[in-house]
Design a protein around this ligand. Structure first.
Ligand code: GLY
Length: 378
């Protein structure tokens, strides 16, 4: 094999520790990694129809090379599968297939498949094991690592779920070759996020190499994935259940982003990663307005995200909502408590922190000014 050297990152969680293996072509060798998890020569794979059509043959052949039969369960692509109905249908199928507590499911797909299959694994017969093989950039650098699993319900996204850590995570950067470019750019926002949270040097690397990464440079992809996963593993290792505030840093851009997604009906009009990009640009401008970071830092963040084709202004996302409506969406955020929300703000690039002192009317004034400024633009 030519290409970058494989990388392994440990998520250190005592008895629940596991490795994230990052290797170009890993899908073709998946059987070697998963041999110990197959029972009677079979592994149940939860995937979606699109991912399976594009990559299923590769995974099945990679398992067959180690005499493992892939038993796929395919769910329809999209958030709709991450629902009570989707969960119930999946669990019924798993029970019919005779999946047992000691078994390992394989979640093979993007964030929806990972969250759904992970949650099914958390509750099936009071919990079985699972392995993540994420196929989107967003899932590779964020949702497949750290054990957050769950579904969406009528009251909101991800409101029902469990922390359930995978037994192993296999990342093959070559999976990204079939990802639509818009999805790839959206996932890239989560890569940039790690630089903005705690690693100014990595943000500078993104400025230099982000374009190559988006264009398909394998070495840049592998490096960005490895650094992102290592950053996430360190945070999850310190604060698995988001109790100390450390893990909350991963929500940089997500509080603004969540309101934007709610405003666009969680539709394809604004992908999650796009909402996070715009949310991070807003969080930095809001931080600058509060005198926490420089206007220059906020401008640099927005310039880089924009150069990657990501939205950084409300108008870029076609959002003309009144600020009051956006703030009202925030009240439904699952992190809201006592009418307040913790905001992830920044003292500079790579210096994010949790600020629980933010008043919602201050946020509303800020968003109103953002909207007015953009409305006045040619
Ligand atoms: N995606 C945020 C977290 O895993 O905590």
């Amino acid at each position: 094999m030519t290409g970058p050297e494989p990388v392994e990152v440990e998520v250190g969680l005592g008895a629940r520790s596991y490795f994230v293996r990052i290797e170009a072509g890993l899908l073709d060798r998946a059987g070697k990694r998963l041999e110990g998890f197959a029972r009677n020569g079979r592994l149940v794979i939860v995937s979606d129809e699109t991912v399976w059509a594009l990559q299923g043959e590769r995974l099945a052949a990679g398992l067959a090379a180690s005499s493992i039969e892939a038993v796929p369960i395919l769910v329809p692509p999209g958030e709709g599968s991450k629902s009570w109905a989707g969960l119930s249908a999946l669990v019924d199928r798993l029970l019919v297939l005779g999946v047992e507590r000691r078994d390992h499911l394989v979640a093979f797909g993007g964030g929806v498949v990972g969250d759904l299959a992970g949650f099914a694994a958390a509750i099936l017969k009071r919990g079985c094991h699972f392995v993540q093989i994420p196929t989107t950039l967003l899932a590779q650098v964020d949702s497949s690592v750290g054990g957050k699993t769950g579904i969406n319900v009528a009251a909101g996204k991800n409101l029902v779920g469990a922390f359930h850590q995978p037994a192993e995570v296999l990342l093959d950067p070559l999976c990204l070759d079939t990802l639509p470019p818009r999805q790839l750019r959206a996932g890239y926002a989560e890569v940039v996020k790690y630089g903005l949270i705690g690693d100014a040097g990595f943000f500078a690397w993104c400025e230099a190499h982000g374009e190559a990464l988006v264009a398909g440079d394998l070495a840049a992809r592998q490096r960005a994935i490895a650094i992102s996963v290592a950053a996430k593993a360190a945070i999850v290792g310190e604060d698995e259940r988001e109790t100390s505030g450390r893990r909350a840093l991963l929500n940089l851009g997500h509080t603004f982003g969540h309101a934007l997604e709610a405003e666009t009906g969680f539709s394809d009009a604004l992908l999650h990663g796009e909402a996070v990009a715009l949310g991070m640009a807003l969080a930095f401008r809001f931080s600058a307005e509060r005198g926490l970071c420089s206007d220059g830092d906020a401008a640099r963040v927005a310039a880089h995200l924009a150069s990657a084709g990501l939205p950084t202004r409300l108008a870029d996302a076609g959002i003309e909502a009144e600020a009051g409506r956006l703030v009202a969406h925030m009240a439904h955020d699952k992190k809201a408590s006592g009418g307040r929300l913790p905001f992830i703000l920044a003292r500079g690039i790579g210096e994010a922190f949790v600020d629980s002192s933010v008043e919602m009317d201050e946020v509303e004034r800020f968003l109103a000014a953002e909207a007015a400024q953009q409305a006045g633009r040619p």
